[in-house]
Design a protein around this ligand. Structure first.
Ligand code: ATP
Ligand code: MG
Length: 405
């Protein structure tokens, strides 16, 4: 494994390399899955142009004309003499192009658009897609030809029937993002050559995808004064801590039953938080509509976001703002208790870096007795500017956060 990883070649897109575990390993087969229009072709065209530094790249497009792809390449500045385009849907013809070009990197956009005459089944169907992927995998191993396959995700979230392709390929990447927003994330669902807990962040604009090595600030609203109903948390996306804001509105019901409208957060968790707040913190919100959302199109679905949701809703109901320099981190149980979550020192270090000065965290969040925060700066003898307060349950966390101090 280590030997293979050592041979990984950087693509030139460091956010992509971070997810791949350094780059593309020669002969590896990567499946890039994503919903229509998320930007798969854009990402691979950019990566292809950069990859020409390491040899010829053959980009097979089965869905667009070569002219369309060339237009996109011009628009996003992905042009190179070593980038070969082929508009092809017939598998035998694709093999012919591979023979003729002898590329170091092959991109197939998409695997569903290619069909083989000697295989049963409709083009794009499970049988065809599986056979084509198996044949391309064999070719990749035989020629040590690094291959990236685009796969459209169907409604059930899989590329061609549940788990049909995942075990055939070496790496499965998922490209995701809110189609209305500009944020895009690449995440590894499987990686035979590296970790799967990293994400890569991009911003999709007219000139293509721009890398976002420091995405934290994007998920905060820019306000001079704190507003009731909002609370900031630090989520872990892979191994990367991200500071992000939860916004809520609580207003008297317009029509029964009360509405719960959620965007960017887990609907069930928000519902649970509302119930916990009613029963465990005696918050009077049974006859209120609750709206909850994130900022900047980020999805916060980790349990550690519970506390920020709870504080935001309590703040909205009380019409008292949570201090703008406070972050809240913790999972909340049905008894109202705040549970520990992983990675709190890293999250706090990120909050401090982003200028936050107060944090509410679960009791006993992992420090040794007498040890100050954060572990690294404590070791280095640095004073911290972050005041960390432990809260055992949601009720005391609300008291801390809304104390107007
Ligand atoms: N001319 C343009 N100017 C600005 N943005 C554009 C332009 N053309 C496309 N885009 C943006 O790029 C996005 C991604 O396009 P891309 O074709 O890379 O996605 P895709 O995932 O390959 O889609 P598909 O599933 O159709 O293959 C589009 O959704 C659109 O927002
Ligand atoms: Mg495409």
């Amino acid at each position: 494994m280590d030997a293979a990883a050592a041979r990984a070649r950087p693509t030139g897109l460091s956010e992509l390399d971070r997810v791949l575990g350094g780059g593309l390993v020669p002969g590896a087969v990567v499946l890039l899955a994503g919903e229509p229009g998320v930007g798969k072709s854009t990402l691979l065209l950019e990566a292809s142009a950069l990859a020409t530094a390491g040899g010829r790249v053959l980009y097979v497009t089965g869905e667009e004309s070569a002219a369309q792809v060339r237009l996109r390449a011009d628009r996003i500045g992905a042009v190179s003499n070593s980038l070969y385009l082929a508009a092809e849907t017939d598998f035998a013809a694709v093999l012919g192009h591979v023979q003729a070009v002898d590329p170091a990197l092959l991109i197939v956009d998409s695997v569903q658009a290619i069909s083989a005459a000697d295989v049963d089944g409709v083009p794009g169907g499970v049988t065809q897609v599986r056979e084509i992927t198996a044949a391309l995998t064999a070719l990749a191993k035989q020629r040590t030809l690094t291959t990236v396959l685009v796969g459209h995700v169907t409604k059930d979230g899989s590329v061609a029937g549940p788990r049909t392709l995942e075990h055939l390929v070496d790496v499965v990447l998922h490209f995701e993002g809110d189609a209305r927003g500009q944020l895009r994330m690449v995440r590894a669902l499987k990686n035979r050559f590296g970790p799967t807990d990293e994400i890569g962040c991009f911003e999709l604009g007219e000139r293509g995808l721009a890398e976002l090595p420091d995405p934290s600030g994007l998920f905060l609203s820019q306000r001079a004064e704190p507003e009731p109903g909002t609370c900031v948390t630090v989520t872990m996306e892979g191994r990367r801590p991200l500071v992000a804001e939860v916004q809520t509105l609580v207003c008297p019901v317009s029509t029964e039953p009360p509405r719960r409208v959620v965007s960017g957060l887990d609907y069930a968790r928000v519902g649970m938080m509302v119930a916990v707040l009613q029963r465990r913190a005696r918050l009077d919100i049974g006859k209120h509509d609750v709206f909850a959302a994130t900022v900047g199109g980020v999805r916060l679905t980790e349990p550690s976001v519970d506390l920020a949701i709870g504080l935001a809703v309590a703040s909205a109901r009380a019409e008292v703002a949570v201090p703008a320099d406070l972050v809240a981190i913790g999972e909340i149980g049905l008894a109202g208790e705040i549970r520990r979550v992983a990675g709190i020192p890293r999250r706090l270090a990120e909050a401090e870096r982003m200028g936050f000065r107060r944090a509410v965290v679960p009791v006993g969040w992992g420090l040794q007795p007498g040890q100050a925060y954060p572990a690294e700066s404590w070791a280095a003898g640095n004073a911290t500017q972050l005041t960390v307060t432990e809260a055992a349950d949601v009720r005391s966390a609300i008291a801390i956060a809304l104390s107007r101090a």
